[in-house]
Write a protein that binds this ligand. Sequence first.
Ligand SMILES: Nc1ncnc2c1ncn2[C@@H]1O[C@H](COP(=O)(O)OP(=O)(O)O)[C@@H](O)[C@H]1O
Ligand SMILES: O=C(O)[C@@H](O)C(=O)COP(=O)(O)O
Length: 433
Amino acid sequence: MAFLGCIADDFTGATDLANNLVRAGMRTVQVIGVPTASALAGLGEVDAIVVALKSRTIPAADAVAQSRAALAALQTAGCKRFYFKYCSTFDSTPDGNIGPVAEALLSDLGAPLAIAAPAFPATGRTVVNGELFVNGVPLNASGMQHHPLTPMTDNNLVRWLGKQCRGDVGLIDYETLDRGVEAVRMQIANLTGAGVSLAIADTVNDRHLAVLGEAVADCMLVTGGSGVALGLPDPWRDAGLIELQSDAAELGTFGGATAVVSGSCSARTREQVAAFSSIYPALALDPLRIAEHPAEAVDQALAWARPKLGAGPVLIYSTDAPEAVAAAQSRLGTTEAGALVERALAQIGAGLVKAGVRRLIVAGGETSGAVVGALGIQMLRIGPQIDPGVPWTAARWSGSAEADGAPVDLGLALKSGNFGEVDFFTRAFEVCA
Ligand SMILES: Nc1ncnc2c1ncn2[C@@H]1O[C@H](COP(=O)(O)OP(=O)(O)O)[C@@H](O)[C@H]1O
Ligand SMILES: O=C(O)[C@@H](O)C(=O)COP(=O)(O)O
């Protein structure tokens, strides 16, 4: 019976969290979409279940409904603690979805307060006095102000989350964290007494993650990025609630061709696309052309890729600069541009796998959700880490015509837009053969 039930608002975020739990010693599986209680019952011996939703940018009421349904399934499966995972760059809008989902989960669990701890110092995300920084740069000057769907125009998370919430939002500042576990617990008690239900937690370094983890180990709900998950397993083990295992499982080998599909437009992904394109074949997609002739755009991309497969990795991308994204959005509409690019990349990802790709990198959280959905994958096993926040995962894919349609193993790396070193797209294939 799993001890920890997690709900992640996108797919790259889910693998990021699962990766940190596995690396901390918890046996973890990632399931795709709201699970049935019976599907969870069949998972066998696991310590944590991560439910990957695609709820970050859907209407808040839908995100709340899906998250509550996932929570109910995890409760039925016997989980004792719960974790709501969102982005380390707090990707959301003034309407949601972090606040509404967190408040609904607190209410269903009958819990008074949860921390909101997005920081992940290993990937350069820190929170100081409630303000989020990416590698020392304020969030709203880091490139995230140009995000196609969730432009982050304010780095004060107390203010930003406050706009999304019915209740009050508080702060656990870094000086309190420096004073240690008891000081944090006292601050949580004070905030709870004052009627606060969500508290942004400062985090400057890994020690703060450990202090936070120990301070909230008894809380029913933790919300945050994946960083704070690193601080939770040890206190749970020390309290005799779980046993910790050795590191991530080996995934074995996959054979077959390799490819990258990228729909992320983050500054980091743009660097990674440029680095890959200087070595291997890469094809750029134009959203306006996709809008005019969607089927042809997909067919042509696959026709371009097929003869190259096997000779080294190929990349197909819609990744573009903020001005180009804004131009496409003003012609097509923001939501429509995102959805049609996601649909095309999903069909291309599935088409590449049908054509023999067995290790596929997908860049972008929404894009990953679309590709994994098109492949009909239900579950991911977590394997070796490529860079902080991004592991290789293994999936069983049932759409194959090979071996009488028997499922084949597929290596998938779902890369957050902001994660990974510049050479990620090439080096990843050396980590997992
Ligand atoms: N050239 C483009 N013009 C407009 N929107 C785009 C373009 N390329 C990608 N998109 C959309 O931008 C969004 C990127 O989000 P996502 O995949 O989550 O990336 P990230 O991980 O960087 O947030 C997706 O909805 C995608 O379809
Ligand atoms: O916490 C993070 O930064 C990631 O786990 C994450 O949520 C990724 O989201 P995208 O940047 O949209 O891929």
